[in-house]
Design a protein around this ligand. Structure first.
Ligand SMILES: [Zn+2]
Length: 224
């Protein structure tokens, strides 16, 4: 499979032809330029050379880091998750090759995400040598604190971990457009790891979609 392909579409503003690049696979070490475009979001946009309009483009992609040993598959529909999970399972049972023809290590962390923002977040978490399962539980904890302060029916809508040159944060966005960010304290991370780490890690080989629903289900199962 070609890692890079071209697509053409009409600019939604001026109808000029726009050519965009789509990547089906990016390797963090071999394609550092594409990695930085994933991190700033520009890999998933195309600019019209006639009028300058920037259009978001979504395409499925597999991101692989062989040094940190993780693989993240970006898809857009829940219905595509099963296909990815089947692939991940088979890639672990018989050592196979990934989309780039590289072999997949048995200890490779494999994840599926449903948006470019989630892909970027996973890369930040794994590149900091953190456990995304612990981070998801930590995000729930922060979201709960913010939810208590919200008024007029406002709700937490999205929570992300971020890391800018070692400045680790939890960023929270609400339905009514408010935004918070607070330092992602490693004291809290370590406490959560002590409390949930053993129970969370059992999922490593069976669960590939680690998100807020996963964390909520785990926390509820331990309380109930
Ligand atoms: Zn245009």
């Amino acid at each position: 499979m070609a890692m890079r392909s071209k697509v053409n579409f009409k600019c939604p503003k001026c109808r000029a032809d726009v050519e965009a690049e789509q990547w089906s696979a990016v390797n963090g070490e071999k394609n550092p330029q594409q990695k930085s475009k994933i991190m700033d979001g520009s890999l998933f946009t195309a600019k019209c050379s006639a009028c300058g309009k920037v259009t978001r483009i979504g395409f499925p992609m597999i991101y692989h880091d062989t040094e940190k040993n993780y693989m993240i598959w970006l898809v857009y529909e829940e219905s595509e998750i099963k296909h990815v999970v089947d692939y991940f399972k088979s890639s672990k049972t018989d050592p196979q090759k990934d989309e780039n023809g590289e072999s997949v290590d048995a200890n490779c962390r494999q994840r599926v995400v449903l948006s470019p923002d989630q892909l970027r977040e996973k890369i930040m978490i794994f590149d900091c040598d953190l456990d995304d399962k612990i981070i998801e539980i930590m995000k729930l904890h922060y979201a709960k604190q913010v939810q208590l302060t919200l008024k007029d029916g406002d709700e937490v809508a999205a929570v992300f971990f971020s890391n800018n040159n070692g400045d680790k944060k939890i960023e929270i966005f609400t339905k009514n457009g408010k935004a918070w960010s607070a330092p992602a304290l490693m004291d809290i991370y370590n406490k959560i790891e002590n409390q949930y780490g053993g129970r969370a890690s059992y999922a490593e080989d069976r669960v590939f979609l680690i998100d807020d629903d996963w964390a909520a289900a785990l926390v509820i199962s331990l309380v109930g």
